[in-house]
Write a protein that binds this ligand. Structure first.
Ligand code: ADP
Ligand code: ZN
Ligand code: ZN
Length: 756
């Protein structure tokens, strides 16, 4: 901290207009002696502004010793306040924390936390209701079924099932995939009525209907009571609810939100974008009516602006959305819920590379009255479970499925064995016979190929041997010229032609795609109707929902896809799930490989047998004895956790230790590598005891668009040491840049990376 005797002049960069567009246009002020030591990045300040020196509120976003204008024209800050009162105060403090904690610039942090304030035209919210008595509507429904008017059928079914209450039109168009033209024609035909919000200032129409509210089970009630009691006692903790899909977590969230709303607070609910399904949203809408709103990437800028305005005005109390919904400008958030907290999408891929979980916990501390944070998952991240075990989070277990529905029967098929028996197809014998059986019965199947982390690992198809780095215990990736490279430490070797384990010549990189599987299915079961879902078929807007609703409407018998198909959505008629190459993700050159595999398999297996009928799951693998496959087949999280945490302990990977990834990108391969070496040397000179350095080495994707990518990893038990190293390195880099060096190279920091 500088003192009053500090001989250097100090200038504060202050922003006045807190709008996304203006944050990189700060004004400079001087700190008067009496305020030195009291001003921090993120502090709200009073400053004289403009010709008339009008008093305005601004925020300090940086401190510098370089005046940008004539020093005599720089004015002084009037006063500093440390009090946090407005939503903006909180956002600014949060940005300052993110800048330090994730090693980004203040501008990047501000752009993340500040929603777009650009004025947008107000949009009307439309609702759809039935215009005819229930009996007639039921007749119209059957008529639509007869005439195969699928869209009409979906709308009527939904309205009838909801006892004719009104449903937000945007939900029908997006999640039920019904065009507004169809709705218009139904309205013209006198079947439905479309209303605008203006007529309905009073949200009673939706909130009174609570018919589907459940009496909580004792386990559910216990969670709600505990958290509520803590809240009354002034405790603001983080809680982890571990419960399989269908164990009633969402019902608990709803009860918790109810409780918090009664206290006059607001609620933020984070749900991975991909799981923001129609069914999930409707449950919240039904319960909370118009007090709830949604954020997601398909909203237009105008719609997004509207939701932020409504939050600011107190028009809504609950926001549901992905990661970014965390930055909703509520005045008094009381609870932050993160569902499916293990999802990797909770971590941002752009700088600041923040994790929604950590950021939520920090945010909850910045809110004057504090907020509690509730995490939920069927397969908690190692990170959260580890913290819960250490007592940092409070752990709750929800054991059983509330809707009945038996857990599916799981078979593991050994692909090495299949090859030995001469079966060269991608379907094991067991999967083939189950497919025959289910299709015969007119039931549905999902075939899932695990493509995650497919960065060209090389294995033996005959014995399952995988080429791994002798130093890092992750698989080697195939690079050009037949080299196998470890992207942690840079170790490399020539790709052998025969397997060192069994001598077979079936050594190859595994590349089966969804398209190939689709073709195979058509060959084996020509009568089956097949839908495919992957990055290719979901490129256009709405195609994701379209494919899922087509499958839900039984327009196909088999759905083939990547991990996209295992999330969200309930398909009661799916009685078979086939996981074609379960261990593909095990070979990812990433220390998370086993964790991801376990999560995916557990989720995928949970897709079968959601309805009344018996479900089957077939897991095909070259490594059936691996603990993530064994544990997933038994839905045994605890055993998996024990095995996996032991591995992390041994190699000091997070969450046991912390890891900083320094990502170097360069247009010049040699320059990038050379600076990588310098950065490492610079950090080693800092003499941080206990720091372990690995690399620089080529990143998993070593080149994108002619930009070469390298990584350096630093491990340390103390996160703060990593923060110190990154911030010193950043200064060093800035000096290099000011000397006109490093022209072709840039650097980003990633703390406790998700893909490493
Ligand atoms: P999760 O979020 O853990 O997947 P849900 O909250 O969606 O679980 O609950 C799964 C199913 O069980 C839902 O259909 C829900 O309506 C029902 N359910 C939840 N809690 C209860 C309860 N206390 N009594 C009866 N049914 C319940
Ligand atoms: Zn082999
Ligand atoms: Zn290595």
């Amino acid at each position: 901290m500088p003192t009053a005797n500090d001989s250097f002049p100090r200038f504060e960069n202050v922003i006045i207009d807190i709008s996304h567009e203006k944050v990189d246009r700060p004004f400079q002020y001087r700190i008067p002696d009496r305020l030195i030591g009291k001003v921090d990045v993120g502090s709200p300040v009073q400053i004289p502004f403009g010709r008339g020196d009008t008093r305005r509120k601004g925020y300090v976003i940086g401190v510098t010793q370089e005046p940008e204008i004539d020093v005599s024209r720089i004015k002084e800050i009037i006063s500093v306040s440390d009090e946090i009162v407005t939503a903006e105060d909180i956002s600014l403090k949060l940005a300052a924390w993110m800048k330090d904690h994730y090693g980004s610039t203040m501008i990047a942090a501000l752009r993340t936390v500040l929603p777009s304030y650009k004025k947008q035209k107000r949009q009307v919210h439309r609702f759809v209701t039935l215009r005819m008595p229930l009996r007639e509507a039921t007749e119209s429904y059957y008529e639509a079924v007869r005439k195969k008017q699928r869209a009409r059928e979906r709308v009527l079914k939904e309205l009838l099932e909801n006892s004719a209450e009104r449903i937000p039109m945007e939900l029908i168009t997006t999640k039920l995939n019904v065009s507004s033209a169809t709705l218009k024609s139904m309205s013209d035909a006198g079947i439905i009525r479309i209303e605008s919000e203006e007529y309905y200032r009073n949200p009673v129409a939706m909130t009174t209907s609570r018919y589907e509210d459940k009496v909580l089970s004792p386990e559910q009630q216990h969670i709600v009571d505990t958290i509520s009691r803590d809240y009354d006692n002034g405790r603001r903790d983080t809680y982890l609810i571990h419960g399989i899909t269908g164990s009633g977590k969402t019902e608990v969230y709803i009860a918790l939100i109810d409780d918090i709303l009664k206290r006059g607070k607001q609620a933020i609910v984070l749900i991975p974008e991909i799981a923001l399904t129609y069914q999930t949203l409707m449950r919240f809408y039904r319960h909370f009516g118009e007090r709830v709103s949604v954020m997601n990437s398909s909203l237009s800028p105008g719609e997004k602006y509207d939701q932020m305005e409504r939050a600011r005005n107190g028009d809504i109390d609950i926001i549901i959305g992905p990661r970014s919904a965390l930055f909703t400008p509520f005045k008094n958030t009381g609870i932050i819920i993160i569902d499916e907290e293990h999802e990797t999408t909770y971590k941002s891929e752009n700088s600041p590379k923040f994790h929604a979980r950590e950021t939520a916990i920090e945010l909850s501390k910045l809110i004057p009255d504090g907020a509690c944070v509730v995490l939920g998952s069927a397969t908690p991240s190692l990170e959260s479970y580890y913290r819960a075990r250490k007592g940092e989070y409070r752990l709750f277990e929800l054991g059983r499925r509330l809707t009945g529905g038996r857990l599916p029967e799981v078979d593991i098929a050994d692909l090495r064995e299949e090859l030995r028996r001469g079966n060269r197809s991608i379907f094991s014998g067991r999967l083939q016979s189950l497919m025959d059986e289910k299709l015969e019965k007119g039931e549905q199947a999902m075939l899932f190929i695990n493509r995650r982390g497919l960065a060209g690992f090389v294995s033996c198809r005959s014995c399952g041997y995988v080429f791994k780095c002798p130093h890092c215990d992750v698989s080697l990736s195939e690079h050009r010229g037949g080299r196998l490279v470890c992207h942690y430490c840079g170790y490399e070797q020539v790709r052998p032609r025969i397997c060192p384990e069994c001598g077979s010549k079936y050594v190859s990189s595994f590349r089966a795609g969804t398209e190939q599987i689709e073709e195979e299915v058509k060959k084996f079961w020509p009568q089956a109707r097949v839908l495919r879902m992957d990055a290719d078929t979901t490129r256009t807007k709405g195609s994701y929902d379209r494919i899922l609703s087509a499958f839900a409407n039984r327009e196909a018998d088999v759905l083939v896809g990547t991990q996209m198909i295992v999330k969200g959505h309930d398909f009661p008629d799916v009685t078979l799930v086939g996981i074609l190459a379960a261990d593909m993700s095990l070979y990812a050159s990433d220390f998370h490989a086993s964790e991801r595999t376990f999560q995916l398999l557990t989720q995928a297996a949970g897709r079968a047998g959601r309805g009344e009928k018996e479900g089957n799951v077939v897991i095909q693998s070259y490594q059936p004895e691996h603990y993530s496959i064994q544990c997933a087949s038994r839905q045994d999280y605890l055993s998996f956790y024990e095995e996996e945490i032991a591995y992390r302990e041994l190699l000091r990977y997070p969450p046991v230790s912390h890891m900083l990834c320094i990502q170097i990108q360069s247009r010049d391969e040699k320059e990038g590598m050379e600076y990588g070496g310098r950065f490492r040397a610079f950090m080693e000179q800092q003499r941080e005891i206990g720091a372990v350095f690995i690399g620089p080495a080529p990143a998993p994707i070593a080149k994108i668009n002619d930009i070469y990518r390298f990584s350096i990893y630093v491990k340390h038990d103390d996160y703060e040491v990593l923060v110190r190293l990154s911030s010193n390195l950043e200064h060093y880099i800035r000096e290099l840049e000011q000397m006109g060096k490093m022209l072709k190279t840039s650097v980003q920091f990633d703390f406790d990376p998700m893909h490493a």
